[in-house]
Design a protein around this ligand. Structure first.
Ligand code: PGA
Ligand code: ZN
Length: 420
């Protein structure tokens, strides 16, 4: 396999979908250029890597100028070695010196440049390109928590998953239909609905948690019936944002209720049952490994995924696997910093029978890499919004990947296999 030597790296300050400054890097490999923009989260786990150096994109670019010569000459096609090198240059536990955003942008841009040089798609560089399957889109259709305004529900995301779809075209269509249906249902309740959306393109409307559950459950049920394929509901509870460690209580500020850890557990199990949830993310806070494992063993047929719990960190995942905490992991490259670390995390997840759900961030860019990372890590799902340029860019890339693999007319790349 040809070596893909890094010849140069440049970086600039640019903007994410929230209008916040971030960093974009370009990596040159023998006449081929890869480019990546670092996304940013709003609902971040406390164990995530640092993003921008001192929270400042310009400073992050300046720091990059001081160490980039150490990366020149490295092999862009080896995500693991590049990751080691970035860690060595940084020298901290959490990328606080060079910034996880820089590590993200450099490692993904390098992989893209290497794939271009080898004339293969990025996902094939990350896996071997064989036996690929497409992830189910897990689409945010109704928003709350840190992604929408004060009047919205405490639960952060209400998600649609077209489990019954046989191909990516049907899967994407189903999620778009659910998104539309949610709007129709809201407009019936309130003809003056302004059509406001949260950070990820999900509808933002002032209702409480149970009303939002009723609306979205009705929407997935209607679309299932209309399209004749099973569409199920999922939630990202993002419980860490409600957890008050001092008083050991979950504080549903907007609903005005407080739940003990035991009541929280009962509440989420009740939701899984009542709304036939296919997916629940962060049902308890980011240190609650034990409660996570209780939910996992009691919630049959539901993917219980750790986002803030694992923060794409292989050591935290190993601990979770020992305790039986969760059966799904959220993979966000910028939580850990490098692509190599994220690939290692995905491998560990698969070895321990966890489903991988590759995820966007609420502040994202029109980059398409997420689709390739999802396919390359054999993800069961790709989590993103349903609408908005920066979300659709990733979804449309799944269609392109499907098209590029079609051998005979009408033949489709299979969807990933559900394990629960
Ligand atoms: P983010 O959150 O705002 O940190 O991207 C998304 C999530 O919690 O899944
Ligand atoms: Zn989450």
């Amino acid at each position: 396999m040809s070596v893909c030597t890094i010849k140069n790296i440049t970086a600039r300050v640019c903007y994410d979908s929230r209008g916040s400054q971030t960093i974009e890097a370009e990596v040159q490999v023998d006449g081929h250029v890869g480019r990546a923009t670092a996304p940013t989260g709003a609902s971040t786990g406390k164990h995530e890597a640092v993003g921008l150096v001192g929270g400042d994109a310009r400073k992050t670019c300046k720091v990059l100028e001081t160490y980039k010569k150490k990366l020149i000459g490295a092999d862009a096609s080896d995500a693991y070695e590049l990751s080691k090198l970035l860690h060595k240059i940084d020298g901290t536990e959490n990328f606080s010196r060079i910034g996880g955003s820089a590590a993200y942008a450099i490692s993904i841009a390098a992989a893209e440049a290497a794939a271009k040089k080898r004339n293969i798609p990025l996902y094939a560089l990350l896996s071997n390109g064989k036996n690929i399957a497409l992830p189910y889109p897990l689409g945010n259709v109704f928003g709350g928590g840190k992604h929408a305004g004060e009047g919205s529900p405490d639960i952060q995301e209400f998600l649609a998953c077209p489990k019954g779809a046989k191909n990516i075209a049907d899967a994407l269509m189903a999620n778009v239909e659910v998104h539309r249906e949610v709007r129709r249902i809201i407009e019936k309740r309130d003809p003056k609905f302004s059509g406001g959306k949260g950070d990820e393109g999900a509808w933002a409307y002032p209702v409480n948690n149970s009303q939002a559950l009723e609306i979205t459950y009705e929407a997935v049920s209607r679309v299932s019936h209309k399209l004749g394929l099973e569409v199920r509901l999922g939630l990202d509870v993002a419980s860490s944002s409600m957890w008050d460690p001092k008083h050991k209580i979950y504080n549903y500020f907007r609903a005005g209720k407080k739940l003990t850890p035991e009541q929280q557990l009962e509440y989420v199990l009740e939701l899984i049952d009542k709304y036939d949830l296919i997916y629940i993310e962060d049902p308890v806070h980011e240190e609650a490994f034990e409660e996570f494992s209780r939910i996992t063993s009691e919630a049959k047929g539901c993917i219980v995924a750790g986002d803030d719990l694992f923060v794409t960190n292989t050591n935290r995942l190993r601990k979770g696997a020992r305790l039986g905490a969760g059966n799904g992991v959220i993979l966000k490259v910028n939580q850990v910093g490098t692509l190599g670390d994220a690939l290692e995390f995905a491998k560990t997840a698969r070895q321990n029978q966890y489903a991988v759900i590759t995820s966007h961030r609420s502040g994202d860019s029109p980059d398409q890499h997420l689709a390739h990372i999802a396919v390359g890590t054999h993800s069961l799902m790709m989590k993103s919004g349903v609408v908005g340029g920066e979300r659709v860019a990733k979804l449309n890339e799944l269609i392109r990947i499907n098209d590029s693999r079609l051998i005979n007319e009408g033949e489709q790349v299979p969807m990933a296999k559900f394990v629960v």
